[in-house]
Design a protein around this ligand. Sequence first.
Ligand SMILES: [Zn+2]
Length: 89
Amino acid sequence: MRFCPRDGTLMVPQKKNNTTVLKCPKCGYEVKLTEKAREAYRQKSEVAEEKKRGVMVAEEKRIEYDKEEMEELRRQLLENLQESERESD
Ligand SMILES: [Zn+2]
């Protein structure tokens, strides 16, 4: 939301030709709502979405790592067991 720099009135979006402008209903001050501004807004929400996805991927990787770690631990335990059996011979 944008406010008029002249009188601080809330500017309202209006369609003008192919573009959207923000117009002050009080003094008629207009400012073009640029593609760039809209693009920035879009990218901002996409970044937030990307972050959310990144966290999920990290979470999946952690689970994967835990599984591998457990497997490694089990293998080592088994080896130790066999080793101690051999020692007792
Ligand atoms: Zn104004």
